[in-house]
Design a protein around this ligand. Structure first.
Ligand code: ITT
Length: 199
């Protein structure tokens, strides 16, 4: 099946393509299509906005990820606003901003959340979610991945996500888990749809 990957984030494209390799889907890029403004207040709402816009415009199933980092000492911020944290323009600047916010904080626990939505042109949605808990370092380590990866050490690991390969990150990550649930659901073709609003 042809599926549009509705993201402008090159790191997500890499991870989604690697994870879904075994499904035999033909993954297509946005082809210049702009993504809608992320006006939602939840990952689910924003993922649906992105996936639906692409599915309707392209007339193909479209997959979107909305994700974020929830920091315990910041009461769960930046969460859905992770891509614009502190109005900083780049991953490096956002990481520095986060480090500044956490300077001296003893509680460095955080978790990543990913909601992956596969939307069909008729408006049907499949939703998958994954989470990853860990701690934030006091300085970046590693060159791989994207976003906050250089600061994040998953529970039970010694390396940051930026010190792992795409496959190693996928095996444990929030996005990897959400995509594994999608793969499982599609093991025997598209999953049966539940009756909407049925008693
Ligand atoms: P699209 O909307 O085009 O997909 P985006 O980067 O704007 O790309 P989001 O709105 O979902 O995506 O923002 C998620 C942000 O959360 C992302 O920009 C990173 O800063 C952070 N993030 C999410 N998943 C991450 C991961 O696996 N590793 C590091 N940072 C991540």
């Amino acid at each position: 099946m042809r599926v549009v990957v509705a993201t402008g984030n090159a790191g997500k494209v890499r991870e989604i393509a690697e994870a879904l390799g075994g499904l035999g889907w033909q993954l297509e890029g946005l082809g210049g299509l702009p993504l809608p403004e992320e006006t939602g207040t939840t990952y689910e709402e924003n993922a649906a906005l992105k996936a639906c816009a692409a599915a309707v415009t392209r007339g193909l199933p479209a997959l979107a990820d909305d994700s974020g980092l929830e920091v315990a000492a910041l009461n769960g911020q930046p969460g859905v606003y992770s891509a614009r944290f502190g109005n900083r323009a780049s991953d490096t600047e956002r990481n520095l901003y986060l480090l500044e916010k956490l300077r001296g904080a003893a509680d460095r626990r955080a978790r990543f959340v990913s909601v992956v939505i596969l939307a069909y042109p008729d408006g049907h949605l499949e939703t998958y979610r994954g989470e990853l808990t860990g701690t934030l370092l006091e300085g970046p380590r590693g060159e791989n991945g994207f976003g906050y990866d250089p600061l994040f050490v998953p529970d039970g690991e010694t390396r940051t996500l930026a010190e792992m390969t795409v496959a190693e990150k996928r095996a444990i990550s929030h996005r990897g888990r959400a995509l594994a649930a999608l793969i499982e659901a599609h093991r025997n073709g598209p999953p049966a749809r539940e009756e909407a609003g049925g008693e």
